[in-house]
Design a protein around this ligand. Structure first.
Ligand SMILES: Nc1ncnc2c1ncn2[C@@H]1O[C@H](COP(=O)(O)OP(=O)(O)OP(=O)(O)O)[C@@H](O)[C@H]1O
Ligand SMILES: [Mg+2]
Length: 317
């Protein structure tokens, strides 16, 4: 059974006004209120610190930081399913494919193939489980305007399934700024259930945040909002037993002279909340090298794959 994700308004004593103030300040979830400092809450909502304390206690009570037996935990973990990337090598690198109940972060410079892989997954997720899909639909949150239905058609034809049907099963939401992006994810529950969404793509998760919060003085607030956005995405992945795939850019680090000169944007916030991080770098022509970084349980290995008309494929021997 899917447990409903509760909203700020569900906290006793929190009305539409207070909820709005909290959201404006970057608190979108019960979790974020539960762990916020009382002083911060008091300032933001404009209430006494006693009231603020009450607010965070109630949020904590609602979350019922519950105890589970290891057996229950194992049962939940056994429900984890995987989607194929259509490259056997890349699937192996990921421990068997793109897994549910997790965030997969694709990192790479322009043209690395992040968007291509996202398009491929939107098609593959529609296949039945025995063919490496989840028999469901895709939600594509497009922040850069790079979603291309024409590309979906090519990939569907490559797999040999009806492109028109595939197109009907992908919901595309264009997010115009970070507020809009956050709002789409806030209001996603009904859509997930109604449209049988089995994968959520956010391409790219960070570009709006980077463009909007430029100065050093806004960095803290940016990171806080990004943090609650990613928390919410991870919670959705867990509750609905689906994968969430986000793309991330690289920033060049001038302090590095040897080895990889680029590192992922978004700092430790994204690093902590992504379950698996894959760094993709360009090689000759359509050849790409994927590498697992910072994984708690996957080995730090790498593998080649290619971008072709059919989407993602194994590199020829
Ligand atoms: N139909 C196709 N057939 C073969 N290769 C393609 C096709 N369409 C796009 N590509 C290749 O995919 C690459 C672009 O990859 P993609 O758009 O996924 O990059 P990205 O990592 O999302 O970059 P950015 O950071 O700019 O968003 C290009 O090298 C392009 O040649
Ligand atoms: Mg892209």
């Amino acid at each position: 059974m899917v447990e409903a994700i509760r909203k700020l308004e569900d906290i006793p004593g929190v009305g539409a006004m207070t909820a709005q103030k909290l959201r404006v300040a970057g608190y979108y979830t019960l979790e974020s209120v539960a762990v916020a400092s009382t002083r911060e809450l008091a300032e933001i909502v404009g209430i006494s610190s006693d009231k603020a304390l009450e607010l965070s206690v109630r949020a904590r009570e609602m979350l019922e930081i519950s105890f589970q037996t290891a057996e229950e935990l194992l049962k939940r973990r056994k429900e984890i399913a995987r989607i194929t990337t259509r490259s056997r090598a890349l699937d192996n690198l990921l421990g068997g494919g793109v897994e549910t109940q997790a965030i997969l972060e694709l990192i790479g410079e322009y043209g690395a193939g992040k968007t291509q892989l996202c398009h491929t997954l939107c098609v593959v997720v529609q296949l039945p489980p025995e063919q490496g899909g989840l028999g469901g639909n895709a939600l594509y949150i497009d922040t850069e305007g790079t979603f291309r239905p024409e590309r979906i058609i090519q990939i569907a034809q490559g797999i040999g399934i009806d492109p028109n049907e595939v197109l009907r099963k992908i919901v595309v939401a264009r997010a115009f700024n970070s507020d809009h992006q956050i709002l789409i994810i806030e209001k996603i529950d009904e859509l997930i259930e109604k449209k049988n969404i089995k994968i959520i793509i956010v391409d790219s998760v960070i570009s709006h945040f980077r463009a909007e919060y430029l100065g050093r003085e806004t960095l803290a607030i940016r990171q806080q909002r990004l943090n609650s956005h990613l928390h919410r995405l991870l919670r959705i992945a867990e509750v609905y037993n689906i994968p969430v795939v986000v793309t991330n850019q690289v920033i060049s680090s001038p302090d590095v002279f040897f080895g990889p000169t680029d590192k992922p944007a978004g700092g430790h916030i994204i690093a902590h909340l992504s379950t698996n991080r894959v760094f993709i770098r360009k090689s000759k022509k359509n050849l790409r090298i994927a590498k697992i970084i910072d994984s708690p349980y996957l080995p730090e290995a790498e593998c080649p794959f290619i971008i072709s008309e059919q989407g993602i494929e194994d590199a020829p021997e």
